[in-house]
Write a protein of this length. Sequence first.
Length: 81
Amino acid sequence: MRNATVSEAKAQLSRLIESALRGEEVVITRAGKPVVRLTSFDASSQPRDLNQGYWRGNVRIADDFDAPLPEDALSGFETDA
């Protein structure tokens, strides 16, 4: 792990990025306290684009999905508080 102050990070950002790309964790500190961790980006950790049809055919939404709930069902959500 490599530490750098904010001032050092400003002056040596390219070097710090290269360190992170090599797998080294870089911690940027302010007033001696860690505030930012610089690591390499893992594209596989990004959320999937669900607009691509991954769920097509696997999910069914009832026709009355957004219909109001009956009174007896609503009472279960109410409190006296």
